[in-house]
Design a protein around this ligand. Structure first.
Ligand SMILES: Cc1cc2nc3c(=O)[nH]c(=O)nc-3n(C[C@H](O)[C@H](O)[C@H](O)COP(=O)(O)O)c2cc1C
Length: 305
C-alpha cells in the first residue's frame, strides 16, 4: 500500500504473524532511470527482512525487466509483483489499472519480467477497468507465466467506493490453477476467515492492518486475546521509533500522524485532545511524552532506542 507498507509497517506485520508482505508500489522507470533516492528507500528491506514481495509499476517491458533485476539484487525480493490495480493514471498505455484495458501488454510485461529474474512473478489486478473482465485477464496472466494472482474485488472506476465483490473474486479463483489471493474490505480476523471460504489461497489485508498489526496474530495464534490500551500504545510507540530510525525524525514523525490515531481507537476519539496532539507530532520526545505513560513506560524509557 503506497504510503503505508513501508519497512516499519512490514516489520511489525511480520512480527505479528503476517505470512508475507508487499512493498509499496515502486516506479520501474524511477528505479531504472532516476529518482533513485526515493525508490531505493521504498524498496530497501529492513535488516533481516524475509518473505517480502516487491511490487513494480510500469508499462514498458525492457524497463520492467531491468527494474525486476535491480529489485531482486538490491532489495532481496522474495518475488516480484506487477501492479495492475492502481487507479491513478487514466491514460491508456500507462501502467497500473490501465493495463486492464490492454491486458495483452500486461502479458508481455510478465514474460519480460520472468525472463529477467529467477524469482516468481505475480500480478495484482482489479476486476477490470470499468467492467468485470477479471476471469479473462487472470487466464491470460496464467498463460503468460504468473505464479500467483491477487484480485482486489473492485473495478478501477469504483476506486475504493462500494463493497469489494467477493463472488467475482471466487469466480477468478475457480478459473485458474495458480493460487489466487483475495483483497478488499477485510478489516478483522473473523472477516478474513469468512473470506477464505471464497476458495482463495489466502486473503490480503491492507487498510485493516494500519494501526492494527495484531490482526495477523489473531489469525495465526489460537487463543489470541485482544491487546489492551497499554499494549496498543506500546506498539504505536515502537512503530514511531522505527519510523524515526528509518526516515529520520521529522519525516518519520510526520508519516506517523495518519497512523497513530488508528492504534488508539477509543482512547483517541475524533474530538479528544490526545488525537489532536497525535496528528500534530513533530519530534520523538513529543511522541514519547504522549504514548509512554499510556504504554506504562517510565519517563524517558527508550528515548535512545
Ligand atoms: C492508501 C492506499 C494505497 C494503496 N497502494 C497500493 C499499492 O501500492 N499497490 C497495490 O497493489 N495496491 C494498493 N492499494 C490497494 C490495496 O492493496 C487493496 O487492494 C485495497 O485497499 C483493498 O483492500 P483493503 O480493504 O484490505 O485495504 C492501496 C490502497 C490504499 C487505500
Amino acid at each position: 500500500m503506497a504510503g503505508y507498507s513501508d519497512a516499519p509497517m512490514r516489520q511489525l506485520s511480520a512480527e505479528a504473524g503476517a505470512l508475507w508482505t508487499v512493498s509499496e508500489m515502486i516506479s520501474s522507470r524511477g528505479l531504472v532511470l532516476g529518482n533513485e533516492d526515493e525508490d531505493l528507500i521504498i524498496g530497501k528491506p529492513y535488516p533481516g527482512e524475509q518473505h517480502r514481495v516487491v511490487q513494480l509499476f510500469g508499462a514498458d517491458p525492457d524497463i520492467l525487466a531491468e527494474a525486476s533485476r535491480r529489485a531482486a539484487e538490491w532489495f532481496d525480493a522474495a518475488a516480484i509483483d506487477l501492479n495492475m490495480g492502481c487507479p491513478v493514471p487514466k491514460i491508456r498505455g500507462k501502467g497500473g489499472a490501465c493495463l486492464l484495458q490492454t491486458p495483452e501488454v500486461a502479458y508481455e510485461l510478465i514474460s519480460a519480467m520472468r525472463a529477467a529474474v529467477p524469482l516468481d512473478v505475480s500480478a495484482k489486478i482489479r476486476l477490470g477497468f470499468d467492467t468485470n473482465r477479471a476471469v479473462e485477464v487472470a487466464q491470460g496472466l496464467e498463460a503468460a507465466g504468473v505464479s500467483l494472482i491477487t484480485v482486489h474485488g473492485r473495478t478501477s472506476a469504483q476506486r475504493y467506493t462500494g463493497e469489494a465483490d467477493w463472488e467475482a473474486i471466487a469466480e477468478v479463483a475457480a478459473s485458474v490453477r495458480v493460487p489466487v489471493v483475495g483483497s478488499g474490505d477485510v478489516l478483522s480476523a473473523q472477516q478474513a476467515r469468512e473470506r477464505l471460504r471464497a476458495g482463495v489461497a489466502a486473503v490480503m489485508i491492507g487498510r485493516g492492518a494500519v494501526g492494527q498489526p495484531w490482526i495477523f496474530t489473531e489469525l495465526s495464534q489460537p487463543g489470541f486475546t485482544p491487546p489492551s490500551t497499554a499494549q496498543r500504545a506500546a506498539t504505536a510507540l515502537r512503530h514511531t521509533r522505527l519510523n524515526a530510525q528509518w526516515y529520520g525524525e521529522w519525516r518519520g514523525l510526520k508519516q506517523m500522524r495518519k497512523v497513530l490515531p488508528r492504534y488508539l481507537d477509543g482512547a483517541a476519539s475524533p474530538e479528544s485532545e490526545l488525537r489532536d496532539a497525535l496528528v500534530r507530532l513533530e519530534t520523538l520526545p513529543q511522541a514519547e511524552a504522549l504514548l509512554a505513560p499510556l504504554a506504562g513506560e517510565g519517563p524517558g524509557a527508550g528515548v535512545h532506542a
